[in-house]
Every structure is written in C-alpha cells, then in structure tokens.
Design a protein around this ligand. Structure first.
Ligand code: SAM
Length: 267
C-alpha cells in the first residue's frame, strides 16, 4: 500500500487504489432509475414523470434505447416499448455494467435550507457517498427535513453521474444520539474550521483503511460542547480544509474530493 503524503504531491505516486482504469460507462444515453427488478426481457413501466420526460421532453418513441438501473442489479440497456398517451413500457435487453458496492463513506451533515441543501445532496451523491445521514445540532437552522425531496435529488444526481449504487437517505437524528452509538470501527473525519491548518492529504493518509464517515457542521458551526463530544470519540480524526471558512456545501465537496483522492474510489 502506498501512502500519499508530501512526497506524493511532488512525485505522482498512486494512492491506495487509483490505477489507470478509465470510466467505462456510456455518457451519451439517457439513464433512468427504476424501482423494479432488472433482468433480460423484464418489462418496466415508466413513472408518469419518466413518461413525460422521455416522450414529451426528449421526444423519444418506441424503439429508442435508454439505460436503466435500480441500485441492486447493475445497469441495463432497455428500449422503449409500447407508448400510449398516459404511459410507456421499457423492455430490458442486456446488462451493460454489473452492480458495484462503491466506497463505504457515510456523509453526516447538519441540514441546510432549501436550495443549498438540494445542491449539497446532489454534490455528495456525485462524490460517491454510501449514506446521507442528517444530524440535528444546536445551531441547525432547518429543523424540518424533507426526506422525499432529498431522495429525489439523490436519484437525479445518480442518473446524471453514472453511479450504480443509489445512496441511502436516513432519518435525521440528534448529534448526541449519533455520537452515543458511534461504531468505533468507522473512522469519523471531522471537518473542523478551528483545527490547525495542516495539509489534509497528509492527515488523511494516516487514516486506517476501512469504513469512513465525514462530518460537516451547520452554517453557524458546532457549539463548544458539541465539538468536545465529537473530539472525544476514539474514531474521530480532525481535518482542516484550509485557512478559509467554507460554506457547508463547499466544505462537503472539498472534503470528499480530498478523501477520494487519498483513500481511493473503491476499497
Ligand atoms: N464556525 C463558522 C460559523 O460560525 O459560521 C463556520 C461554519 S462553516 C460555515 C460550516 C461547516 O463547514 C463547519 O462546521 C465545518 O464542518 C465545515 N468547514 C468550513 N470551513 C472549514 C475549514 N476550513 N476546514 C474544515 N472544515 C470546514
């Protein structure tokens, strides 16, 4: 195993699992998430929204090819079958990619308001997290979290970015409750603007291989006693993302980009 550190910045040594693999998915075909099980010759009815999008917006018709995935059975090529005014059926043909597990990274975050929450949910999905776990902190502004809206954003981002696994969205929980039940085997990467500014790549290279979680705080930051409780966890590793105070949605993307670069995209 090669660690990435200062040396790795000077000399492009590969990190844990970065190799010379290229993205192999088809970026040009329309991708749709479906709930139904996928297998050759399966017939999958489009939802009303999918029907509207494929037939009315994209003006596709019977015989047009699309890609479908459900987060369990990999990705499949399908063709639009019978189209009526109200519906359409997709006929599944052949598998284009097998299901993969993806990195085991939980994303813990204090919910933000509307547009910024939408943005953050879409971006962390694109960055490959496994689960989204909203945590309620003392300074969390958005107390009511619209999980359906979050799930819709996750699906839209998953369709767009080519991933096969669709991140799970968990019910919000209080930060204290989450910390009380923390699994010590899951390293908790605490993004802390008050931490000493050291190179995050060097800091993350010290993190043991295994399940991870990333914690980003609310717009108002964590209260002092919350920071103390986070730092008291044996699984916590503190990371600075530089000398500037980033907005929570910016911090999410920055943290996951660095983590993916160091830990690798699959492990
Ligand atoms: N404490 C500030 C305040 O009073 O508004 C800022 C909180 S910041 C907007 C929201 C979250 O982004 C923080 O809780 C932290 O998790 C993350 N964050 C922002 N800048 C960061 C940095 N330079 N290093 C690490 N994490 C950062």
């Amino acid at each position: 195993m090669t660690h990435c550190g200062h040396d790795a910045i000077m000399r492009p040594t590969p990190c844990r699992v970065w190799g010379d693999k290229m993205a192999i998915h088809d970026f040009t075909s329309q991708r749709l998430f479906v709930d139904a099980s996928l297998a050759a010759e399966a017939q999958v009815p489009c939802s009303p929204e999918q029907h509207h999008y494929l037939i009315k917006v994209l003006r596709l018709n019977t015989g047009a090819a699309v890609l479908v995935f459900n987060g369990r059975d990999g990705e499949w090529r399908a063709r639009i079958g019978t189209v009526t005014k109200r519906g359409a059926v997709l006929i599944v043909e052949e598998q284009t990619r097998q299901q993969t597990a993806g990195p085991d990274i939980d994303y813990l975050f204090a919910p933000l308001k509307h547009a910024r929450l939408d943005y953050m949910v879409q971006k962390v999905t694109e960055m490959g997290v496994r689960r989204l776990r909203p945590v309620l902190t003392r300074r969390t502004i958005a107390e009511r979290v619209n999980l359906d809206r979050m799930r819709a954003n996750v699906i839209e981002a998953a369709e767009q970015c080519g991933i096969l696994r669709v991140p799970e969205v968990l019910e919000p929980q209080k930060l204290a409750h989450v910390l009380d039940r923390w699994d010590a085997a899951r390293t908790l990467i605490f993004c802390d603007e008050a931490a000493a500014v050291v190179n995050p790549i060097a800091a993350l290279a010290q993190v043991a291989k295994g399940p991870l979680a990333v914690l980003i705080g609310p717009e108002g930051g964590f209260a002092d006693d919350e920071r103390t409780a986070i730092l008291a966890q044996t699984a916590t590793r503190t990371v600075s993302l530089g000398p500037r105070i980033l907005r929570a949605d910016t911090a999410a993307v920055a943290a996951l980009a660095v983590i993916n670069a160091v830990v690798g995209e699959e492990y």
